[in-house]
Design a protein around this ligand. Structure first.
Ligand SMILES: NC(=O)c1ccc[n+]([C@@H]2O[C@H](COP(=O)([O-])OP(=O)(O)OC[C@H]3O[C@@H](n4cnc5c(N)ncnc54)[C@H](O)[C@@H]3O)[C@@H](O)[C@H]2O)c1
Length: 402
């Protein structure tokens, strides 16, 4: 059975003379989480939503941090909503698109059947899930979107990881007191910087590609054997350790035992010590980030070396790294990532807008938004449908209640 919201109100049709094409109203509110600079839909993508049958409404100022002005939205065909009319816009929206999930207050006041789409964590955003449940609303989340071929264009975790990996390499190059590339000058030869990347998933591969483009000598390690060919195809060296692989389901890594973690750190220590820049991106779905590098390993690096820990917000791959902070361990700088994709809001938002559009394409059906739980992609990413919590991790976090 498909869950949905039929749109039958005559005001929701586009003009009396045109064919009766029903429109679906999508609202893009301003992000409220401090520091969040992205916006869910950028003006360039508004016409694509319109072509799909959406009427795009945007809160005034929602795109300002991503350099998307109200005028640009209007020119693209969107309706700009001022704050006085925001409550009504929330009430009449069929879909609410945001980067971060709505808070409990907003979620719990949604009209029954409203579909929200965002990075909703089934465990971390439990208050929002309660709100959606109480309102009888739906929560689609990119955090749990199945990573199958059909869903690649909707994969916002990947699109934002691409931004993150790119910026990690730039941060490393910026903070390093030396060049990345080889320079052969009249004044002598400068050797290229050595960059070591730990974790060669989407962000790690992009960090490798960016560091290579900047001319560094790059090597990388990952617990998944499949990543070796990807690392080599980027022109980097794959670090092989005498350890068993840790391939889990769905192409993800598995968690390490403490013994293996100790042994991996021991074997990695000389590679870390030789690196000028260390970029760590390792993650295991649903778990704290694995600890790959101890403080002693960092202190074993050359003075002036730089560590960029992209996993800082989820526990850290590097002991002692702090999200959003640059700390010195001896003479080594440790840069802890926080909201990295948000710091490049223009393209991060553009890619995210396309991910939302692709996902919503699956839900639009003859003028209605229909979240069909028989569809593998929608079933995977629907944490809540019409007030019914469906995600097991969310149910567990709610203590078994739905
Ligand atoms: N649509 C798709 O088919 C699709 C989309 C994106 C990613 N993927 C695949 O999903 C996989 C994971 O991608 P991701 O970037 O989301 O991963 P992720 O963010 O979950 O993890 C980042 C990397 O850390 C690695 N890692 C975990 N523990 C480690 C450890 N102890 N030491 C070193 N490295 C460790 C993982 O193997 C992974 O490569 C990859 O195989 C990727 O190709 C598939």
């Amino acid at each position: 059975m498909a869950f949905g919201l039929e749109l039958s109100s005559p005001q929701r049709h586009r003009g009396a003379d045109s064919p009766r094409v029903t429109v679906v109203r999508i609202l893009v509110p301003s992000e409220t989480r401090p520091g969040e600079q992205r916006v869910a839909i950028v003006p360039q993508v508004v016409p694509k939503f319109t072509a799909l049958g959406f009427e795009v409404h945007v809160q005034s100022g929602a795109g300002r941090h991503a350099f998307a002005s109200d005028d640009a939205y209007r020119a693209a065909g969107a309706t700009v909503i001022d704050d006085d009319h925001l409550a009504g816009a929330f009430e009449s929206a069929d879909v609410i698109a945001s980067v971060r999930p709505l808070d409990y207050q907003r979620a719990s006041r949604l009209r029954k059947g409203t579909v929200t789409v965002s990075f909703l964590s089934p465990v971390g955003d439990i208050e929002t899930i309660r709100g959606l449940r109480d309102a009888g609303a739906t929560g689609l989340s990119f955090d749990v979107l199945p990573r199958i071929s059909r869903a690649q264009s909707m994969d916002a975790l990947s699109s934002q990881a691409l931004v993150t990996g790119y910026r990690a390499a730039l941060v490393g190059a910026d903070r390093l007191p030396s060049f990345f590339p080889l320079f052969m000058t009249a004044a002598g030869t400068i050797q290229p910087a050595k960059v070591l990347v730990l974790g060669a998933g989407v962000a790690g591969l992009q960090a490798i590609a960016t560091a290579k483009r900047l001319g560094a000598k790059v090597s990388a390690y990952d617990v998944r054997p499949a990543s070796a060919d990807e690392v080599k195809s980027m022109g980097a060296t794959f670090v092989t350790l005498d350890l068993e692989a840790l391939e889990g389901s769905g192409g993800y890594a598995r968690e390490m035992t403490e013994d293996r973690a100790d042994r991996q750190r021991e074997l990695l220590a000389p590679f870390v010590a030789a690196a000028d820049v260390l970029i760590t991106t390792a993650a295991v779905p649903g778990r704290q980030a694995p600890l790959l590098v101890t403080r002693a390993m960092v202190e074993g690096m050359k003075p002036g070396s730089v560590v960029v820990d992209l996993a800082s917000e989820t526990g850290g791959n590097v002991e002692g790294s702090m999200p959003g902070e640059e700390i010195k361990f001896g003479e080594v700088l440790v840069w802890g990532a926080k909201d990295v994709a948000s710091e490049m809001p223009v393209h991060a938002s553009q890619l995210y807008s396309m991910n939302i559009m692709s996902l919503l394409t699956l839900t639009v059906n003859e003028g209605a938004v229909v979240v069909d739980p028989e569809d593998e992609v929608l079933a995977g990413c629907a944490v809540v449908i019409d007030g019914v919590v469906r995600n097991q991790a969310a149910l567990d976090a709610l203590g078994g209640g739905s």
